[in-house]
Design a protein around this ligand. Structure first.
Ligand code: KIV
Length: 275
């Protein structure tokens, strides 16, 4: 079924089955109105921990909490009927033990209605992914640039160039074999992303990983130009909402100062009954 005609939400297994058949369309969302705007147009909607940076103005995703993910997950769930909802596991909520990961994944799913969670990490997370999937938690993995590890990676750099390619391929293989239903490839060079996509049995969903991935994801505020403090190379801007908002607010301020707003159309007359 094409995404533009979706009327019911796909399950993680449906997303997995799209590999090699049709490109998977996904975006992040953090609020009900934005979820409504993409419902059914996207196969998969991710409540990313990027919410910390793009909505809350935090310097990285590291301070994002379970409570923030639950609040935004619930908001997005209210706007979706025809896209798969996936919620990110925040830093510190899953790395310690598989049992800790299960406890927090189950809480995210129970309190938001999400059908799956996403977590960052390759070989080191394989045991946890196997533990979760065996217990009813579908997992989308995330390898390459994993922003929660920005401090050990030494910045938001492209991953997998040169000698690092084999390690990244091993990460993607490990999460696929552990049972992930899809894997996000972030900031991975084009050739390596194509090789991983050809090699693993689950869909690759690229962000900064070129066109040969099985699907694509972007942070919605980036592609709409709502977050315009900086623009990563891999982002294509489809709108300029921050600019439009500034311009509209400037006009509103001028109207208020010039007493052009509110006009009679926006005003309640003293004598009109019932309005
Ligand atoms: O947090 C996020 O928005 C993400 C996507 C960029 C994949 O992990």
């Amino acid at each position: 079924m094409s995404a533009s005609t979706r009327t019911t939400a796909p399950l993680p297994a449906d997303i997995r089955a799209m590999k090699g058949r049709q490109p998977i369309v996904s975006l992040t969302a953090y609020t009900t109105p934005m979820a409504r705007a993409m419902d059914g147009l996207c196969d998969l909607v991710l409540v990313g921990d990027s919410v910390g940076m793009v909505v809350h103005g935090l310097p990285s995703t590291l301070p994002v909490t379970m409570e923030m993910m639950i609040l935004h997950g619930q908001a997005v769930a209210r706007g979706l009927t025809a896209s798969l909802l996936v919620v990110d596991m925040p830093f510190g909520s899953y790395e310690e033990t598989p049992a800790q990961a299960f406890r927090n994944a189950a809480r995210l799913m129970a309190e938001t209605g999400a059908a799956a969670v996403k977590l960052e990490g390759g070989r080191t997370m394989a045991e946890t992914i196997a533990f979760l999937t065996a217990r009813g938690v579908p997992v989308m993995a995330h390898v390459g640039l994993t922003p929660q590890s920005v401090n050990t990676l030494g910045g938001y750099r492209v991953q997998g160039r040169g000698a690092a390619a084999d390690g990244l391929l091993a990460d993607a293989r490990a999460v696929a074999e552990a049972g992930a239903f899809a894997v996000v490839l972030e900031k991975v060079p084009a050739g390596l992303a194509a090789s991983i996509t050809a090699e693993v049995a689950i869909p690759t969903i690229g962000i900064g990983a070129a066109v040969d991935c099985d699907g694509q994801i972007l942070v919605v505020d980036d592609m709409l130009g709502l977050f315009d403090a900086f623009k990563p190379k891999f982002v294509k801007r489809y709108a300029r909402l921050a600019e439009d908002a500034r311009s509209a607010i400037r006009t509103y301020a001028e109207d208020v100062r010039a007493r052009r707003f509110p006009a009679p159309d926006h005003t309640f007359a003293d004598t009109e009954p019932g309005k």
